[in-house]
Design a protein. Structure first.
Ligand code: SF4
Length: 60
């Protein structure tokens, strides 16, 4: 699975809380993808993408 965070993160922390191995908070208070998800992490990453309040997490 490929995960991308596009412009517009408001730094709510949901994705980082859900899967800190994949999502990391940056110094500017926005999240980035720090590791590609393993197969086992794909479902939680999908849930984070669906739960992101500004829908900036894209999965493919
Ligand atoms: S869930 Fe969305 S808005 Fe919240 S930190 Fe992650 S990417 Fe940013």
């Amino acid at each position: 699975m490929k995960v991308t965070i596009i412009e517009g993160c408001i730094g709510c922390g949901l994705c980082v809380g859900a899967c800190p191995d994949v999502f990391c908070m940056q110094d500017d208070g926005t999240a980035r993808v720090c590791n590609a998800p393993t197969k086992e992490q794909e479902s939680v990453v999908k849930e984070a993408a669906e739960g992101c309040p500004v829908s900036v997490i894209l999965t493919e």
